[in-house]
Design a protein around this ligand. Structure first.
Ligand code: COA
Length: 259
């Protein structure tokens, strides 16, 4: 499908989804949410796609937050309904395949919330991160207060959210907000290498791994350990488990089919 605000490109088993509104620093309009959700739905159904990388067009900005111009016309009810509907944040959060945010430049507000909904974040040295909602007299609405706090801890999240200040890529790395920082030139190659490595793994085991890891911050330890064993046991029903074990015993590389 063709989209106005989204580009989708397939590189072998990896799909790159680019938010394409560089003149508005790739801010998240309702059209971006609508088209992004539709694009992810296509990628979810496409068995040839094993990993998705999300980025922003151009080198200046990953995503500079929600499209602030759309806030002006919203009432509490319309804004609430919009965020209760299918947003990119919710869709990424429940996406069954691994999703990597490749952050090139400004990663602000809803942009940071979108990156937080992804499984792994890589960034270029020029990336800048903030939750600047406070400067507009509002708070995060796309999961920022919850996911940022769980990822980097309450004190650090609190300072970012209360000040709205930007942090640079090296501080984001130190905080654990991003997994890797690369030079601007290397960002795409290194991120796609990481994506390609994950794309070779068994798809059902990847899905179960995601579910189990995400459950860790949403449950207590006993429930989490029980859920892990259940998901581990489900893997024993797959052809990929037979292939993985056989390949190990036969000293060859496994060829996982996602079955
Ligand atoms: N929503 C809507 N439009 C946005 C936007 C946003 N979140 N962020 C940037 N834009 C638009 C600007 O209005 C401008 O459009 P114009 O050329 O039609 O005037 C264009 O993108 C370029 O941005 P500009 O502000 O000129 O770039 P800059 O380099 O001077 O500043 C930022 C960059 C990121 C510091 C600045 O754009 C900014 O603060 N953006 C808002 C960030 C924010 O608060 N996000 C959270 C929203 S909850």
């Amino acid at each position: 499908m063709n989209y106005e605000t989204i580009l989708v490109e397939k590189r072998d088993k990896v799909a790159v989804l680019t938010i394409n509104r560089p003149d508005k620093l790739n801010s998240l309009s309702s059209k971006v949410h609508e088209e992004g959700v539709a694009a992810l739905e296509e990628l979810r159904k496409d068995d040839s796609v094993r990993v998705v990388v999300i980025t922003g067009a151009g080198e200046k900005s990953f995503i500079a937050g929600a499209d602030i111009s759309e806030f002006a016309g919203q009432t509490p009810v319309t804004q609430r309904n919009l965020f209760h509907e299918k947003t990119l944040f919710n869709t990424i959060d429940s996406f069954p395949k691994p999703v990597i945010a490749m952050v090139n430049g400004f990663c602000l507000g809803g942009g940071n919330e979108l990156a937080l909904a992804c499984d792994i974040r890589t960034a270029s040295e020029n990336a800048r991160f903030a939750q600047p909602e406070i400067n507009l007299g509002i708070i995060c609405g796309g999961g920022g207060t919850q996911r940022l706090t769980r990822l980097i801890g309450e004190g650090r999240a609190m300072e970012m959210i209360l000040t709205g200040d930007m942090i640079d890529a090296s501080k984001a790395l130190q905080y654990g907000l991003v997994n890797h920082v690369f030079t601007q030139e290397e960002l795409e190659t290194k991120t796609l290498e990481l994506a390609a490595k994950i794309a070779e793994k068994a798809p059902i085991a990847l899905q179960m791994s995601k579910e189990a890891v995400k459950f860790a911050s949403r449950s207590n330890l006993d429930e989490g350990l029980r859920r892990e064993v259940d998901l581990f046991a489900i893997c024993f029903s797959t052809e990929d488990k037979t292939e993985g074990v056989s390949a190990f015993l036969e000293k060859r590389k496994p060829n996982f089919q996602g079955k």
